[in-house]
Design a protein around this ligand. Sequence first.
Ligand SMILES: Nc1ncnc2c1ncn2[C@@H]1O[C@H](COP(=O)(O)OP(=O)(O)O)[C@@H](O)[C@H]1O
Ligand SMILES: C[C@@](O)(CCOP(=O)(O)O)CC(=O)O
Length: 926
Amino acid sequence: MTTPSTPGDSSLATSVYSLPAKSPTEAEQYKARAANWRFSTLCASVDTKDQYGASSTPIYQTATFKGVDGQYDYTRSGNPTRGGLENHLARLYGATQAFALSTGMTCLDTILRLVKPGETVLAGDDLYGGTNRLLTYLGTHGGVNVIHADTTRIEALRPYLQPGNKVKMVLLESPTNPLLKIADLQGISDEVKAASPNALIVVDNTMMSPYLQRPLELGADIVYDSGTKYLSGHHDLMAGIIAAKRTDVCKDIAFLINSVGSGLAPFDSFLLLRGVKTMSLRMDRQMATAQLVANYLDSLGFLVHYPGLKSHPKRDIHWKQATGAGAVLSFVTGDKALSERIVGGARLWGISVSFGAVNSLISMPCLMSHASISAAVRAERGLPENLIRLCVGIEDPRDLMDDLEHSLLSAGAITPNLSYSPLSHARSAELYATDPEAWILERAKGFKRPSDHASAIDKLVTGVKKGLGFTSATESERKTIEQDIVVSAPGKVILFGEHAVVHGVTAVASSVNLRCFAVQSPRSDGKVGLEVPDIGVELEWDISKLPWNLLPVHSNAHRHVADKDLDPALLQAVEGVVNAHVEVGKTGIGACVAFLYLYMVMAGGEADAPAVTFTAKSNLPISAGLGSSAAYSTCVASALLLAHSHITQPEHGQPRLSESDTNIVDGWAFLAEKVLHGNPSGIDNAVSVRGGAVAFTRSVGGRQGGLNGLHGFSSIRLLLTNTLVPRDTKSLVAGVSAKRLAEPHVVDPILDAIQSISDEASTLLSGQTRVERKELVGRLEALITENHGHLVNLGVSHPSLEMIVAATAAEPFGLATKLTGAGGGGCAVTLIPDDFPQSSLDSLITTLQAQGFQPHLTSVGGPGLGIHAQPSSSSRSSTRAAQKEDAIPNSEEGEGMVVPKRAGLREAGTEDLQAWSDRLGGWVHT
Ligand SMILES: Nc1ncnc2c1ncn2[C@@H]1O[C@H](COP(=O)(O)OP(=O)(O)O)[C@@H](O)[C@H]1O
Ligand SMILES: C[C@@](O)(CCOP(=O)(O)O)CC(=O)O
C-alpha cells in the first residue's frame, strides 16, 4: 500500500488517485469505446466495476479499510466512491486527474497553497465575493502579493507580467459572475506563458461547467468548479472539483488534499456522481430558457448581460471557446428600489444565492453573493447596486415568464403596451411550440418600459381606451408608497368576561407573545394585492375596477377617523368582488373583505387609492380564540393609515407611538373586526393595539365604557391549550345574543355574575392589593372555575373544552381552567400557580398532548402594535452606511444577506417570524 506522503513521491499518481482496480485491458477497452463518445454520452456512462456488479457506484461509507496491502486504507487518502467520481470527472474535463473536494472554495484554497510567500497572484476584478475574501486574507496573512486587474483584457495584465513581479498564478473566469464579461482564455494563456513561463493559469469554470467549456484544452493548467452548481444540479450537496493535466501539478494537489483531508465524503461523492449524469440534459433546458429570458428583457430595452445575445461584448471570443451561453444572466434596471421590488415580487424565482440548480433563482448580487465586497470596491469595479441576477432552472419557460413578467409589472419596471393587439391563445400556443424565440419577442411586444414622455400614439390609444371604459389611464401616475411599511400586532387571551363583554359587562384580557406581522409594499401597475399565505390567499384587483361608486358620501372632514358602523351596500359589493374568487375558502374570504373594505373606505375614492401589496403572516393559531383576527385587523388598519399618512411614520429612537395615533388605529381595527365578526365588543382590538393587560368595558346603550391597565397581570403564568376544534366567533356571539333575547331571565343574571367576577379580578390584578400572593392566585382560580360554569350555561363550551377542564382539574394537578375567547372549540386557559412543580407541568402537558390537544405555556402582557421605524431623515444616510457595514462580515452565501422585506416575510416559517422581526429591529410600539 502506498500512502501519499510528499509531492515528490513518484508512485502517487498511480496509487490512491488512479483508476480503480481493474485489468488494464478492461480499462483500455473502455477508453477505446469511449473515445468517440460525445459529452452527454460520457456524462451518462459511468465506468463502474464493482465486486458485486453494482451498476451504480456504491457508497463506501467507511473511514478505514482492512488489510495492509489493499488499494485503500483510509478515506482521507482515498475512497472507492470518491475515486469512481474522480475518474468519471477526469474524462469529462479532459484531465489527467480530477479531484473532488468539499466545496469550490476548498478548491481555491488548495490551489492557492501552490503560491509561496513573495510570489504574485493576478486575479480578476469582477470576482465572486468569497474568492475575493480568501485572496485578501492570503495577501494580509500569507505574504502573497495579490493584484486585481481586469483579467478579461490581456492589455490590463501585461504591465504585471515582467519576471521581476514573480507572477505564480493568474486566476481567470469567463464569463465572469455576475457581469458575464468574457476573457480570451487561449489568448491570455499563451501570452502569460510567454512572458512568465512559471505562471500557472487557473480557471474558475463554474459558470460554464465542463459541458460548455474545457479550459484545459485552451491552455489552462488547472481548472476548478463549484460542484454545488451545475455538476450536482440539485442544491443538495456542496462540492468542488479540481482538474489538471500536468502530472507535477496533480501530484501537488493530491498531496495537499491528503494532508488536509479536504476530499469529498463518500455520500456526497455518490450524490455528485448521480447529478453529473444528467448535467448536459439539465443545462440544455436551462440555457434554452435563459436565452428566451435574455431576449425578452433585451427587447424591452433593459441592459442585459448574457453571452447568448448578439450585442454581448466579445461574444465571438466566447463562442470560440465555449459551446453554450450558460444559464446565468444579469440585467440593470437603473434603480435599486425598483430592483428590490422586482426581486421581492417574484415567487417561482426563489430568492437565494448560488446558481446551477434545477430551480430558478433571482438575486441582487450587491446584497447577497457579493455583499462581502465593500460598497466602495463594488462601485470601483462597475458592479451596479441595482443589478439583478437570474439563474435559470428547468421549470416550464412559460411559468417562469409569467412570474417574472408579473413581478416586473407590479414593480413598475414595465407597463402594458396599449397599442399592442395580443395574439389569440391558440396562435400563441402554436408559436411557442414551433418557434419559441419568435414567441418570446411577440410576448415582449405587449409591454414597454415606462418613460416620462409617452409617445403620441400611446396617449391617443390611452385616451380612446379610457373613453371606452377601459382601465384607468393614469396607472403609472397612481399613488403608491415610497417605502415598505412594516407593522406587527399581538393576539390576546381573555381571562374573564368574554361574550358578556359584548353586552356591556367588563372583561379582563391581556396580550400574548404571538403576533401577526405584515409588510405593505409599493407597486406600480394600478393594482392592489393581498397575500396571506397562512390561509391560501394570493389575490390582486385592478384598483379602477373596485366598486368605488358605492362608497358612502362623507360630509365629515376628519377622514382619518374610522366610521362607527359598516356601510351595508359597500360591504355587500366588496363581498361580491371577493366571492368571485371561488378558490378562496371561508377564512380567506373574511380576511379579503376586511382588507378591501378598509382599503376603499380609507381612500375615500379611486384617486387616493394607493397601489400596494399587503402581505401578512401570523404565528397565532387562527380561529382559536386568541385574537388572530384582531392582530390581523390591527396590522391592516395601521399599514393603510400609514400609507395615507393619517398616522405618523415613527422614526428610529422614538420611544412610543402617540396616544392619538393609537386611538385612530384602534378605531379602524374595530371596523375590520366588525367586518369579520358582526358585533364584536372591541376588546380584542383594544388589547392588540395597546398591548399589556386591561379591564375593558364597552359602552353600551349610552353607558360609559372604559379601559384600565392592570399591572399585576404579567407575573401570572398561563397554559393555553388549543383543542384544534374550529369555530366561528361571529355565530357564537350571535348565538348568545339570540339566547339573551329569548331567555333574558336566564342570561341577564349570568351577565351580572360575570360582572362581579371581572370586578373582583380587576381589583386582584390591579397590582395595588394587599392580598398575599398565594391567596390571590387561589381567588383567581376560584373565579376561573366560576366564570367557566357561566360560559357553559351560555351554551358556548364544547366537549373538547370540557375534556381539558377535567384533565387539568384531575389529581394530581388540581388546576382551574376555562375556555377563552368565543368558545365552541378554540382554546382553554389554565392558571399555573407559582409553586406548581415543573415535573407536574411537564406531565400535564404530556397528558394533554396524548389527548390530541396542543398546550403551550405563554407569557402575557407584551407590547401592542409595533411599527418598523424609518431612519430619521438626518441620520438616514449614516444609518444606511452603518447597516451596510454591519452586513459585510457575515454576508456569506446566504447568511446575513438582505432579502426584500416582503419576500423575507413570505419565506419565513411560522417558527421564524419572531426572529425575522427581531432581525429587522427598529420597532416602535404603542
Ligand atoms: N393571519 C391572518 N391573516 C389573515 N386573516 C386572518 C388571520 N388571522 C385571522 N384572520 C381572519 O380572522 C378570522 C378568525 O377570527 P376568529 O374566528 O375571531 O378567531 P380568533 O380568535 O383567532 O380571532 C379568520 O377567519 C380570518 O378571516
Ligand atoms: C366572544 C368575544 O367576547 C371574544 C371573541 O374572541 P375570539 O374571536 O374567540 O378571539 C367576542 C368579542 O368580545 O368581540
